[in-house]
Design a protein around this ligand. Structure first.
Ligand code: MGD
Ligand code: MGD
Ligand code: SF4
Ligand code: MO
Length: 744
């Protein structure tokens, strides 16, 4: 027997979801032999979910692309980085010369936010494109949170974070952290954290059209008709204000820097729970009970996520949730909702290393006139911007870590549109439903071959911590990091446009040498805990300090920070931004008092499973094994009315499309509601995902409607898509007289 090399142990943060779990990775002979939770991580304390081991599977996946690929008439061919970069930038430049800067669009997907290098170098490339046609997964996700934070607190990332570890009452709308592991609430081992609310005598209440995994461990679950949460929140506020206490006093110290209380009070005066109950399905006494408990708790917080953002009144929901926390004195208070103080401060730190405070409506999309937010347009309009002829049409598209064919509304239409581009370039490790349309795919090095620090999720975490993860493996000489690809494209585009200048070349070379790590070091040193290059502050945080603490550093619980942390000119909280107040009229018009229910129509909602991650982890065998999960959940009453049995195939039809999926009958969904997970639909031809292809499922976004938006923000309104469901036609029996001949 030959002796094998001793194994090495690496500590790291898992970057697959927002929870930032510490992992302990053992490597022997260049291969991963184990991945476990890191017990010494001060934040996650050993917790991981089943996806952590996928870090190895993703790294080793034979389908993961390892060199640049070019699509040719005879199929995909390997090309050199040099040939790819030069041909791509030459063609992009030529298109922009001929058709203007906006003829090139860009779509940035979710994994960018989990990638230090992409976060730091993406903005440079986008600037170099000079295009107004920038899109991202933000507008199928948290756009309302950012718009509302921008309008109320003066910065798009000033998102109040639930103080889950100290609260005594947590009201959850449209989030299922037991499956998602928490979102805009980075909280590893969220189950334990929710349990401890209950252990200290507090309550967890979930409002959701489905009795979810989270609802199952909550003290109370309340069904709500999809898309009506804004009405419920208005009525909740009505009850709060009808309480005898003084409205100003109730806000406590916040009253000194809050503007607009009176407009909110008068807005909800005629919206008692009795008036909204017929729409929401929530009994008035239930809502009154919630208001009572919320007011009585020593520290209460209302938290709403994807289910209340991706709906027609997403911005109203996120606004009213903040309003509820503020008017009950629970913002900026222990046990309520607080702002973080991250070590790398993209909000309050140096401008050059920061994220802009946000902007709204500086320009509109060409076809539908949808407003820009912070330099981006709603992705629901991407397909029509490609398909609609005329000046300013998108002719070339760059996608970076995105799969919009499966993740954006009316994916079928986008699928068609992508096929009509003059040039499409995808920075992505997989040949999938989206990238199959690319002319070039540029695959980055694997996640374990790069250093990691969560620039974004520390901003959104329930506790202040900091951790740097060095690479586990060294990337080969032939591979490129995401940031290197983005920087190279940027530099070449700028050179083609502006000519070769000594200054630009120096800047490019300097950035290339610095890389994300050195920039991170600068940000940490300049940050609130940093050493600031000051000799007397040498104990402060720096990259070296983080390297010396491989499990991460605890910086303590969230602390009150207002009004100092507010941004914007007024440095005051805007409780009643005009844009949002005005949208209440649209809400009221959508739900008139005498509305009659629509016959036979069901409302479609999504769902997540612990073992999924949007569209891109179905190629990991360990995560897709077991019973198929892409099923249509349906209440027994609806199933029997429609003649559907458990496990039978149903055809689901919406305004934009039709899919066939097996039905799973359960009273976990409310009558009138059906649920399908997103991220499936891997049956499309030409993808290179062997495992996912064998677990194809159907894409919910072949049903969701690109015209259904939150009108204020332009966010996709997935929740509550009207659908009709019927038994799928059984496959035609084979004809007894051989193959059928076409009818004459
Ligand atoms: N396992 C896993 N984890 C993930 C992901 C994943 O795909 N899989 N994705 C990651 C990403 S990108 C994100 S953004 C987060 C999202 O994190 P969460 O927001 O927690 O996501 P979901 O589990 O989809 O929870 C949304 C809930 O909203 C409910 N809902 C739908 N419509 C309505 C409505 O009209 N009103 C109300 N009140 N509820 C409604 C749904 O039933 C569902 O329970 O998860 C992240 N983590
Ligand atoms: N109906 C419905 N639709 C939804 C949702 C829903 O709840 N319901 N949720 C929405 C939400 S919250 C989100 S965030 C979006 C996600 O939307 P997208 O970001 O468009 O989709 P993902 O499925 O996350 O695809 C990620 C892509 O990034 C690639 N990738 C993974 N890691 C890396 C990397 O390190 N570098 C690079 N360059 N590429 C990488 C993967 O191969 C994949 O192609 O989907 C949205 N779509
Ligand atoms: S919960 Fe999220 S961060 Fe933690 S191990 Fe699972 S995927 Fe990774
Ligand atoms: Mo997301």
């Amino acid at each position: 027997m030959s002796a094998s090399a001793p194994s090495q142990v690496h500590f790291r943060t898992c970057n697959l979801c927002e929870a930032m779990c510490g992992v302990r990775i053992e490597v022997a002979d260049g291969r991963i032999t184990s991945i476990k939770g890191d017990d010494a991580d001060p934040f996650s304390r050993g917790h991981i979910c089943p996806k952590a081991v996928a870090l190895r599977d993703l790294h080793e996946d034979p389908d993961r692309l390892r060199h640049p690929m070019k699509r040719t008439a005879s199929g995909w061919e390997r090309v050199s980085w040099e040939d790819a970069f030069s041909d791509i930038t030459r063609r992009l430049h030529a298109l922009q010369q001929e058709h203007g800067p906006h003829s090139v669009g860009a779509y940035l997907g979710n994994p960018n936010v989990h990638n230090l290098g992409a976060m730091m170098f993406g903005p440079g490339l986008l600037r170099a494109l000079r295009s107004r046609n920038r899109f991202s997964a933000t507008s199928v996700d948290q756009l309302p949170h950012q718009l509302v934070a921008h309008l109320m607190f003066g910065h798009q990332l000033l998102v109040p974070i639930p103080d889950i570890d100290r609260t005594r009452y947590m009201l959850v709308l449209g989030a299922n952290p037991l499956a998602s592991n928490g979102s805009l609430m980075t909280s590893p081992d969220v189950r334990a954290r929710l349990r401890s609310i209950q252990e200290r005598g507090g309550k967890v209440v979930v409002i959701d059209p489905r009795r979810t995994e989270t609802a199952n461990i909550a003290n109370q679950h309340v069904f709500v008709r999809p898309g009506t949460d804004a009405l419920a929140l208005l009525s909740l506020l009505h009850v709060v204000f009808a309480d005898t206490a003084d409205n100003v006093r109730r806000m406590g110290r916040l009253a000194a820097f809050v503007d607009g209380l009176d407009s909110v009070v008068s807005l909800v005066r005629d919206i008692p729970p009795e008036r909204t109950a017929p729409h929401t399905g929530i009994a008035p006494e239930v809502l009154r009970g919630i208001a009572r408990d919320f007011l009585a708790a020593e520290g209460a917080v209302c938290y709403g996520r994807v289910g209340v953002s991706t709906q027609p009144f997403g911005s109203l929901c996120q606004w009213l949730i903040n309003v509820l926390n503020i008017v009950t004195g629970n913002l900026d208070r222990e046990g309520g909702a607080l702002f973080t103080q991250p070590a790398f401060d993209v909000i309050g730190g140096p401008r050059a290393l920061g994220v802009s405070p946000g902007s709204h409506g500086r320009w509109k999309s060409r076809v539908r006139g949808l407003p820009e937010f912070s330099g981006e347009l709603p992705v629901a309009t991407l397909a029509e911007e490609i398909l609609t002829p005329g000046d300013g049409r998108i002719r070339a598209l760059l996608t970076v870590a995105g799969n919009p064919v499966l993740s954006t509304p009316n994916g079928t239409q986008l699928d068609t549109a992508l096929g009509q581009l003059d040039l499409m370039v995808s920075v992505d490790p997989y040949l999938n439903e989206t990238t199959r349309h690319a002319h070039y795919i540029l695959p980055p090095a694997s996640v374990l071959e790069r250093g990691h620090y969560d620039l974004v999720f520390h901003v959104l975490a329930v506790r202040n911590t900091a951790k740097y993860s060095p690479p586990v493996f060294t990337a080969g000489p032939e591979s490129r990091q995401d940031w290197e690809i983005l920087l190279e494209l940027q530099h070449r585009l700028e050179t083609l446009r502006d000519g070769r200048s000594a200054r630009a070349t120096l800047q490019y070379q300097a950035l290339k040498r610095l890389g994300p790590e050195r920039l991170l070091d600068v940000g940490l040193r300049m940050g609130p805990y940093g050493s600031r290059f000051h000799p007397l502050k040498k104990d402060g945080l720096s990259l070296a300090k983080l390297r010396a603490a491989p499990h991460g550093i605890d910086l303590g619980p969230l602390k009150p920070s207002l009004p100092g942390r507010l941004r914007g000119r007024s440095k005051r909280i805007q409780l009643a931004p005009e844009l949002l107040v005005a949208d209440v009229a649209r809400l009221r018009a959508a739900f008139p008092d005498d509305a009659a229910p629509r016959d036979g129509e069901l409302l479609l909602i999504g769902r997540r499973h612990l073992r999924d991650n949007n569209s891109w982890m179905h190629n990991v065998p360990g995560l897709v094994k077991g019973r198929p999960r892409c099923t249509l959940l349906m209440h027994p009453e609806d199933a029997s009315r429609l003649g559907l049995t458990d496990g039978s195939d149903a055809s689901v039809r919406s305004r934009v499309g039709e899919v066939t999926v097996p039905v799973a009958i359960t009273d976990d969904v409310m009558p009138g509601v059906v649920s399908l997970p997103h991220g499936y639909g891997h049956q499309r031809a030409g993808i290179r995902l062997q495992v996912a292809g064998a677990h194809a499922g159907a894409s919910i976004n072949d049903l969701t409607d690109d015209q259904a938006l939150d009108a204020v923000s332009g966010n996709a309104a997935f929740s509550g898509t009207p659908v009709r469901v019927r038994p799928a036609a059984p496959p035609a029996p084979p004809s007894p007289s051989g193959p059928a001949t076409p009818a004459a």
